[in-house]
Design a protein around this ligand. Structure first.
Ligand code: FAD
Length: 487
């Protein structure tokens, strides 16, 4: 008779955690796993090593090997470089979570607050080769077996968040969902910097920190930072997600990795004459959903009744009251059907977090970019280093697919800055170095960054082919040190 090992409950819980497909399930299985192994998730310093020791599960071994390899980067100084630092990360989007992971590798105590309860964004993101390599190095394939298989170089936002959330939890990061950051509480009495949160009485509101990383997304501008507006000509984007039933017929339909009008005039002219739909470009990715993103011309949206009335102001033009959603759904459906040659059977919309068809129209005429990436506040002798990452730092232009790549680069650069902060580098030097590196972020491309992805670390020199860490001088960043000693 075959020798059957008794089922180890901790192994079952670990499997459930690894496979969980919703944020709430990830958190629940993680909490159960911790209870089963009598592990305290708040013991961030020892959590990962104790988990490895107590779980002792062959299926987890390859994941530990990957995470150990990453943790062995000399920059982290055996997870002791930032042992005294406490970091609050605002936003559990891809860039907030990616930064939280790096700060944890540096040995800091890391708390993430996220205002949403769930990860529901189906939209699919194109990844640069280095981001794929980076995510593989964090064990992405363990959590999402189909991660970038074959020639696929994309992933849905929600799937990316799930992977990063799981890694963050395993490393001892505290992640609170359904908690909104409202602002800072300045130090008073013995207390240091704390956050005003909603709900007000949430335990994370008593967390005192010396580093705040803002990763709240595109339009989130924390106090003290200024944004520059980059205005182009009117550009209207439409995203649409359709259910992927994963049939053989669906599998055969080729993806469209980006057709722009200038490269395929005939396709767009045919689309216009046959359907009345007029586009500048279109992308189709097959992932958890069939995902389409396109830039539509205003005239055709008006003619097809998607936009009810013309306005010169983009906000008024795309105000919900000026959009006929049924017409928008039809527009997106027909564009998807035409561009895939009618070969996708049953084009049925997937649902968004509100249970409605997952179709959105947005304006990307204006993109924002923060003037600075960092600042330091000092009140009553308590210092707070604040950094921006992700869309909150530089809003990407979607057709270029730069969001995650530049977002992750900024996460690493920020971690490098926090490392200097933790190691006691003079404050103005910390700021000057961060701003020097920030100068080159918007020019980065897959071509001009190092191809040696395996040697990428948080040290900017390993990633940017040419980088001058002192192109900005300390006297140029004095205004980023906001010191108020008498209050
Ligand atoms: P977000 O993903 O926006 O996350 C911010 C998080 O912060 C959210 O979860 C939000 O709920 C939370 N938050 C906000 N305020 C608070 C608060 N006060 N308190 C607590 N939590 C808060 N990028 C690519 O790399 N490739 C692509 O192909 C690509 N295509 C795109 C197509 C379209 C149509 C669009 C619009 C964007 C595209 N992008 C692409 C960009 C990409 O989506 C973003 O760069 C990426 O999601 C940014 O991640 P983030 O973590 O900075 O911000």
């Amino acid at each position: 008779m075959a020798n059957q090992d008794p089922v180890n409950p901790a192994h079952t819980l670990f499997d459930l955690f690894v496979q969980a497909q919703r944020c709430v399930d990830v958190k629940q299985h993680f909490a159960e796993l911790c209870r089963q192994l009598t592990l305290n998730p708040k013991d961030f310093r020892n959590f990962y090593s104790k988990l490895k020791e107590r779980l002792n599960y062959w299926k987890a071994k390859s994941l530990w090997t990957k995470l150990d390899k990453r943790a062995s980067h000399s920059e982290y100084q055996q997870r002791k470089a930032c042992i005294k630092n406490k970091c609050l990360v605002l936003g559990a989007g891809p860039c907030g979570l990616r930064t939280a992971i790096e700060l944890s590798f540096l040995g800091a105590q890391v708390v993430v607050v996220e205002k949403r309860e769930s990860f529901s964004r189906n939209n699919v993101l194109h990844l640069w080769p280095f981001s794929i390599s980076d995510l593989r190095g964090l064990g992405a394939k363990t959590f999402h077996g189909k991660f970038c298989t074959g020639s696929l170089d994309h992933i849905s936002i929600r799937q990316l968040q799930l992977i990063l959330l799981k890694v963050a939890l395993l490393l001892g990061v505290e992640v609170h969902t359904g908690v909104e950051f409202l602002g800072l509480n300045e130090p008073s009495g013995e207390n240091g910097w704390m956050a005003k949160l909603k709900p007000e009485t949430h335990p994370a509101a008593t967390f005192q920190f010396d580093v705040l990383v803002s990763a709240g997304g595109g339009r989130f501008v924390p106090d003290g930072f200024k944004h520059k507006e980059l205005r182009g000509k009117l550009a209207i984007g439409i995203t649409a997600n359709f259910i992927n039933r994963k049939t053989a017929a669906e599998a055969q339909v080729p993806e469209i990795s980006g057709v722009a009008r200038i490269y395929n005039q005939k396709f767009f002219q045919q689309l216009l004459s046959e359907t009345g739909i007029d586009l500048e470009n279109i992308v189709y990715y097959k992932d958890d959903t069939h995902y389409f993103v396109m830039t539509a011309k205003k005239k055709s949206l008006l003619e097809k009744g998607v936009i009810k009335e013309d306005h010169s102001d983009a906000e008024q033009l795309l105000a919900p009251s000026n959009v006929d959603y049924k017409a928008l759904h039809l527009y997106a459906h027909d564009a998807a059907q035409f561009s895939t040659g009618g070969n996708l059977p049953h084009l049925q919309f997937a649902q968004n977090h509100l249970g409605q068809p997952d179709v959105a129209m947005f304006d990307f005429t204006c993109m924002y970019r923060a003037e600075n990436a960092s600042l330091i506040r000092e009140r009553r002798g308590k210092k707070l280093l604040t950094a921006l990452v992700g869309d909150c730092l530089v809003e990407p232009f979607w057709p270029l697919g730069t969001g995650i790549a530049r977002g992750f680069l900024a996460s690493f650069d920020t971690a490098w800055m926090v490392r200097s902060w933790g190691l006691g580098v003079p404050h103005l030097k910390v700021l000057a170095e961060r701003e020097s590196v920030y100068q080159i972020l918007s020019q980065t491309t897959p071509e001009n960054t190092s191809k040696n992805y395996g040697s990428y670390t948080i040290n900017p020199r390993t990633r940017y082919v040419t980088v001058n860490l002192s192109s900005i001088h300390t006297n140029q960043v004095r205004t980023l040190y906001l010191c108020n000693t008498d209050s």
